[in-house]
Design a protein around this ligand. Sequence first.
Ligand code: G3P
Length: 228
Amino acid sequence: MLYIIDTANIEDIKRLVEFYPIDGVTTNPTIISKEHTDFLALVKKIRKIIGEQRMFHIQVTGETSEKMIYEARKLREYVGGNFYVKIPICEEGLRATMKLKEEGFNVTMTAIFTQQQALIAAKAGADFVAPYVNRLDNIVSDGVSVVTETVEMFEKQKIDCGVLAASFKTVEQIHKVAMAGCQAVTISADLFSTLMYHPMTTKAIYDFGQDWKGVYGDTTIADMFSGK
Ligand code: G3P
Protein backbone atom coordinates (compact mmCIF):
# COMPACT_ATOMS: atom_id res chain seq x y z
CA MET A 1 0.00 0.00 0.00
CA LEU A 2 1.33 3.39 -0.98
CA TYR A 3 1.67 6.03 1.75
CA ILE A 4 0.94 9.50 0.46
CA ILE A 5 0.95 12.77 2.41
CA ASP A 6 -2.19 14.89 2.12
CA THR A 7 -0.67 18.32 2.68
CA ALA A 8 1.05 21.21 0.93
CA ASN A 9 2.85 22.39 4.07
CA ILE A 10 6.54 22.55 3.25
CA GLU A 11 7.79 21.88 6.80
CA ASP A 12 5.50 18.85 7.19
CA ILE A 13 6.53 17.45 3.80
CA LYS A 14 10.25 17.91 4.57
CA ARG A 15 9.88 16.15 7.94
CA LEU A 16 7.73 13.27 6.70
CA VAL A 17 9.86 12.56 3.62
CA GLU A 18 12.92 12.45 5.88
CA PHE A 19 11.48 10.15 8.54
CA TYR A 20 8.80 8.03 6.83
CA PRO A 21 8.64 5.74 3.76
CA ILE A 22 6.58 8.20 1.73
CA ASP A 23 5.48 7.48 -1.85
CA GLY A 24 4.11 10.89 -2.74
CA VAL A 25 2.06 13.99 -1.99
CA THR A 26 -1.57 14.81 -2.75
CA THR A 27 -3.07 18.28 -2.72
CA ASN A 28 -6.43 19.84 -3.50
CA PRO A 29 -7.58 23.48 -3.64
CA THR A 30 -8.51 23.43 0.07
CA ILE A 31 -5.12 22.08 1.11
CA ILE A 32 -3.31 24.59 -1.13
CA SER A 33 -5.37 27.54 0.11
CA LYS A 34 -4.38 26.78 3.73
CA GLU A 35 -0.79 27.77 2.88
CA HIS A 36 -1.74 31.32 1.74
CA THR A 37 1.17 31.50 -0.63
CA ASP A 38 2.06 31.67 -4.32
CA PHE A 39 0.66 28.45 -5.83
CA LEU A 40 3.21 27.98 -8.61
CA ALA A 41 6.19 28.59 -6.32
CA LEU A 42 4.70 26.21 -3.74
CA VAL A 43 4.23 23.26 -6.10
CA LYS A 44 7.73 23.78 -7.49
CA LYS A 45 9.14 23.64 -3.93
CA ILE A 46 7.19 20.49 -3.13
CA ARG A 47 8.53 18.76 -6.26
CA LYS A 48 12.08 19.73 -5.28
CA ILE A 49 11.64 18.27 -1.79
CA ILE A 50 10.03 14.99 -2.86
CA GLY A 51 12.19 14.45 -5.95
CA GLU A 52 11.18 13.27 -9.41
CA GLN A 53 10.28 9.67 -8.49
CA ARG A 54 7.61 10.21 -5.85
CA MET A 55 4.04 10.81 -7.02
CA PHE A 56 2.75 14.35 -6.94
CA HIS A 57 -1.04 14.69 -7.33
CA ILE A 58 -2.28 18.22 -8.05
CA GLN A 59 -5.94 19.08 -8.59
CA VAL A 60 -7.21 21.28 -11.39
CA THR A 61 -9.50 24.21 -10.57
CA GLY A 62 -11.14 24.73 -13.99
CA GLU A 63 -14.86 24.02 -14.18
CA THR A 64 -14.99 23.05 -17.86
CA SER A 65 -13.20 20.09 -19.43
CA GLU A 66 -11.31 22.49 -21.73
CA LYS A 67 -9.92 24.40 -18.74
CA MET A 68 -9.13 21.19 -16.86
CA ILE A 69 -7.20 19.88 -19.86
CA TYR A 70 -5.31 23.17 -20.25
CA GLU A 71 -4.38 23.23 -16.55
CA ALA A 72 -3.33 19.57 -16.63
CA ARG A 73 -1.01 20.16 -19.61
CA LYS A 74 0.52 23.24 -18.00
CA LEU A 75 0.95 21.59 -14.59
CA ARG A 76 2.58 18.45 -16.01
CA GLU A 77 5.06 20.54 -17.94
CA TYR A 78 5.74 22.87 -14.99
CA VAL A 79 5.98 20.31 -12.17
CA GLY A 80 7.51 17.41 -14.12
CA GLY A 81 8.48 14.05 -12.59
CA ASN A 82 5.91 11.48 -11.49
CA PHE A 83 2.86 13.70 -11.93
CA TYR A 84 -0.84 12.87 -11.46
CA VAL A 85 -3.56 15.32 -12.36
CA LYS A 86 -6.46 15.20 -9.91
CA ILE A 87 -9.89 15.76 -11.41
CA PRO A 88 -13.16 15.79 -9.48
CA ILE A 89 -15.83 13.32 -10.58
CA CYS A 90 -18.45 15.18 -12.66
CA GLU A 91 -19.39 15.17 -16.36
CA GLU A 92 -16.77 17.77 -17.31
CA GLY A 93 -14.21 15.84 -15.27
CA LEU A 94 -15.00 12.55 -17.03
CA ARG A 95 -14.67 14.20 -20.44
CA ALA A 96 -11.34 15.76 -19.42
CA THR A 97 -10.12 12.40 -18.06
CA MET A 98 -10.92 10.53 -21.29
CA LYS A 99 -9.12 13.14 -23.37
CA LEU A 100 -6.11 13.41 -21.04
CA LYS A 101 -5.68 9.63 -21.03
CA GLU A 102 -5.27 9.81 -24.83
CA GLU A 103 -2.33 12.16 -24.14
CA GLY A 104 -0.79 9.71 -21.69
CA PHE A 105 -1.62 11.56 -18.47
CA ASN A 106 -1.78 9.88 -15.06
CA VAL A 107 -5.21 10.76 -13.68
CA THR A 108 -6.66 10.50 -10.18
CA MET A 109 -10.40 11.08 -10.02
CA THR A 110 -11.30 12.60 -6.69
CA ALA A 111 -14.27 13.53 -4.48
CA ILE A 112 -15.58 9.97 -4.86
CA PHE A 113 -18.39 9.05 -2.48
CA THR A 114 -19.98 5.98 -4.11
CA GLN A 115 -18.86 2.73 -5.70
CA GLN A 116 -20.64 3.63 -8.95
CA GLN A 117 -18.79 6.95 -9.18
CA ALA A 118 -15.58 4.95 -8.76
CA LEU A 119 -16.58 2.51 -11.50
CA ILE A 120 -17.41 5.20 -14.04
CA ALA A 121 -14.17 7.05 -13.21
CA ALA A 122 -12.21 3.84 -13.77
CA LYS A 123 -14.04 3.20 -17.05
CA ALA A 124 -13.10 6.72 -18.17
CA GLY A 125 -9.48 5.66 -17.67
CA ALA A 126 -8.56 6.98 -14.20
CA ASP A 127 -5.42 5.42 -12.75
CA PHE A 128 -6.68 6.01 -9.20
CA VAL A 129 -10.01 6.87 -7.63
CA ALA A 130 -10.02 8.73 -4.32
CA PRO A 131 -12.98 7.91 -2.04
CA TYR A 132 -13.40 10.22 1.00
CA VAL A 133 -13.65 7.88 3.98
CA ASN A 134 -14.19 10.22 6.92
CA ARG A 135 -16.53 12.55 5.08
CA LEU A 136 -18.75 9.51 4.45
CA ASP A 137 -18.53 8.46 8.11
CA ASN A 138 -19.48 12.02 9.10
CA ILE A 139 -22.84 11.71 7.35
CA VAL A 140 -23.58 8.35 9.01
CA SER A 141 -22.54 6.48 5.90
CA ASP A 142 -19.69 3.94 5.86
CA GLY A 143 -16.48 5.11 4.19
CA VAL A 144 -14.62 1.86 4.78
CA SER A 145 -17.40 -0.14 3.06
CA VAL A 146 -17.26 2.12 0.01
CA VAL A 147 -13.49 1.53 -0.21
CA THR A 148 -13.79 -2.23 0.47
CA GLU A 149 -16.50 -2.74 -2.16
CA THR A 150 -14.66 -0.59 -4.70
CA VAL A 151 -11.49 -2.67 -4.28
CA GLU A 152 -13.53 -5.89 -4.64
CA MET A 153 -15.48 -4.55 -7.62
CA PHE A 154 -12.30 -3.63 -9.51
CA GLU A 155 -10.87 -7.08 -8.77
CA LYS A 156 -14.02 -8.89 -9.90
CA GLN A 157 -14.43 -6.75 -13.01
CA LYS A 158 -10.68 -7.00 -13.74
CA ILE A 159 -10.45 -3.22 -13.90
CA ASP A 160 -6.95 -1.79 -13.78
CA CYS A 161 -7.54 1.16 -11.45
CA GLY A 162 -6.14 1.68 -7.96
CA VAL A 163 -8.06 2.91 -4.94
CA LEU A 164 -6.36 5.86 -3.25
CA ALA A 165 -8.43 6.24 -0.11
CA ALA A 166 -8.51 9.77 1.32
CA SER A 167 -10.07 11.83 4.12
CA PHE A 168 -9.02 9.93 7.25
CA LYS A 169 -9.43 10.98 10.86
CA THR A 170 -8.53 7.76 12.66
CA VAL A 171 -5.91 5.04 12.53
CA GLU A 172 -8.73 2.49 12.60
CA GLN A 173 -10.08 3.79 9.28
CA ILE A 174 -6.61 3.40 7.73
CA HIS A 175 -6.20 -0.10 9.19
CA LYS A 176 -9.54 -1.23 7.79
CA VAL A 177 -8.89 0.00 4.25
CA ALA A 178 -5.44 -1.62 4.37
CA MET A 179 -7.12 -4.92 5.32
CA ALA A 180 -9.50 -4.43 2.37
CA GLY A 181 -6.52 -4.41 0.00
CA CYS A 182 -6.64 -0.70 -0.81
CA GLN A 183 -3.66 0.20 -3.04
CA ALA A 184 -2.90 3.64 -1.57
CA VAL A 185 -3.87 5.97 1.27
CA THR A 186 -3.33 9.69 1.60
CA ILE A 187 -2.98 10.86 5.17
CA SER A 188 -2.61 14.22 6.94
CA ALA A 189 0.72 15.02 8.59
CA ASP A 190 -0.73 14.76 12.12
CA LEU A 191 -2.29 11.38 11.51
CA PHE A 192 1.01 9.98 10.22
CA SER A 193 2.58 10.41 13.67
CA THR A 194 -0.47 8.88 15.37
CA LEU A 195 -0.30 5.94 12.94
CA MET A 196 2.77 4.49 14.61
CA TYR A 197 2.33 5.74 18.17
CA HIS A 198 1.89 3.16 20.91
CA PRO A 199 2.61 3.81 24.61
CA MET A 200 4.03 0.29 25.02
CA THR A 201 6.54 1.01 22.25
CA THR A 202 7.55 4.25 23.96
CA LYS A 203 7.98 2.32 27.23
CA ALA A 204 9.94 -0.49 25.56
CA ILE A 205 12.39 1.97 24.01
CA TYR A 206 12.78 3.78 27.35
CA ASP A 207 13.42 0.48 29.18
CA PHE A 208 16.07 -0.59 26.63
CA GLY A 209 17.91 2.66 27.33
CA GLN A 210 17.65 2.35 31.12
CA ASP A 211 18.85 -1.27 31.16
CA TRP A 212 21.83 -0.47 28.94
CA LYS A 213 22.80 2.57 30.98
CA GLY A 214 22.56 0.49 34.18
CA VAL A 215 25.59 -1.50 32.99
CA TYR A 216 27.43 0.70 30.44
CA GLY A 217 26.50 4.19 31.59
CA ASP A 218 26.43 6.78 28.81
CA THR A 219 28.80 4.79 26.58
CA THR A 220 27.02 3.76 23.39
CA ILE A 221 27.93 1.02 20.90
CA ALA A 222 29.14 3.75 18.54
CA ASP A 223 31.46 5.05 21.31
CA MET A 224 32.89 1.54 21.80
CA PHE A 225 33.73 1.23 18.09
CA SER A 226 35.23 4.68 17.90
CA GLY A 227 37.31 4.00 21.01
CA LYS A 228 35.82 6.82 23.13
O1 G3P B 1 -7.51 14.13 -0.29
C1 G3P B 1 -8.82 14.49 0.07
C2 G3P B 1 -8.83 14.96 1.45
O2 G3P B 1 -7.96 16.07 1.54
C3 G3P B 1 -10.13 15.27 2.08
O3 G3P B 1 -9.85 15.19 3.42
O4 G3P B 1 -9.99 15.73 5.79
O5 G3P B 1 -10.81 17.39 4.08
O6 G3P B 1 -12.08 15.28 4.51
P1 G3P B 1 -10.74 15.95 4.50
